[in-house]
Design a protein around this ligand. Structure first.
Ligand code: PRE
Length: 301
């Protein structure tokens, strides 16, 4: 599926998946006045913004139970879009099948790998005699059951997906923990102006001159200025994957760091100047308003 042509009058946000996907719900929450453009792959969502088919893209980046969505970290590095916002979405999964299908006759459960991971223990507890299979997105899995009249298959997706694809909910709230939140980032061709009058986050990516051994020193740039580091993720350094130190081959990484401070603050500028001293590569991915309301909601769960 490729994105539909853009009507120049309306703002558009691209997401991966089909109608009923959590990414579509995140797009509606982050960009309420935008039309949505479904894309079959994460990369297509990036390309839609680069090719001006869409104004923005929304991408899942991490989940509180399933962890990081590594593919999107790699794509953030490969493409040159800016993070201009974030949104935390509570993810409430349902197990669904064709009307009349009973739990005992389900032999296959299909969904996005993240959704399967988030429901792993509950699926075991339900006592299903079924194999799990990965699908491109949760709602796409629900659509597949409907399209091909799959009597032995259930999907993990949202209640909205069950409604859209005329499926019946066999079990509700099947995530392994009720505090199941996915964090999405909003991407644009242009950055937003960093501000210091409300809580902002900054995301950076860097590689270290001396490899992982100097990570502690590099991160002390934040600690020294009381900047709260909210996330660190490492990925293979695709341009320089191995460092030979005498006879030892060491794997090389790029580090994605997110911290709760704005680039408009002097302490952030100083921390980044210090971090750059240890880095062989450094890029700011974005400086954007924090999703405060959702973050406090996540603490309540
Ligand atoms: O498949 C979907 O519905 C998506 O929006 C993707 C996605 C993900 O990639 O993590 C988003 C939120 C949920 O964590 C499960 C799946």
């Amino acid at each position: 599926m490729s994105p539909a042509p853009k009507d120049a009058q309306k703002p558009y946000v691209a997401y991966q998946g089909v109608a009923g996907a959590y990414s579509e719900a995140a797009a509606a929450k982050a960009c309420p006045n935008f039309e949505t453009i479904p894309c079959d792959q994460f990369e297509t969502a990036f390309q839609s913004v680069e090719n001006r088919i869409a104004d923005l893209a929304i991408l899942p980046i991490e989940n509180s139970l399933g962890g990081s969505i590594h593919r999107n970290y790699d794509l953030l590095l490969r493409h040159n879009l800016h993070i201009i916002g974030e949104v935390l979405l509570p993810v409430h999964h349902c197990l669904m099948a064709l009307p009349g299908v009973r739990l005992e006759s389900v032999r296959r459960v299909i969904s996005h790998p993240q959704a399967l991971a988030q429901c792993e223990q509950t699926l075991t507890k339900l006592g299903l005699n079924a194999a799990c299979e990965a699908f491109d997105d949760t709602a796409g899995a629900a659509e597949q059951i409907s399209l091909y009249n799959l009597q032995d298959t259930a999907a993990i997706a949202s209640a909205r997906a069950a409604k859209i694809y005329n499926l019946e909910i066999l079990a509700n709230g099947i995530q392994d923990d009720s505090r199941n939140f996915t964090r999405f980032v909003v991407l644009s061709r242009d950055p937003v102006d960093p501000r210091a009058d409300r809580p902002f986050k900054t995301s950076v990516v860097f590689a270290l001159e001396n490899g992982t051994s100097s990570l502690f020193k590099a991160l002390s740039a934040f600690e020294a200025r009381k900047i709260n580091l909210s996330k660190i993720e490492s990925r293979p350094h695709k341009n320089f994957p191995i460092r030979l130190v005498e006879t030892v081959k060491r794997f090389e990484y790029v580090f994605f760091a997110e911290f709760e401070a704005s680039m408009a603050e002097v302490r952030t500028q100083e921390a980044m100047a210090e971090l750059k001293e240890y880095s062989s590569f450094f890029r700011v991915l974005g400086c954007y308003p924090m999703d405060i309301a959702s973050e406090s909601a996540s603490n309540e769960g």
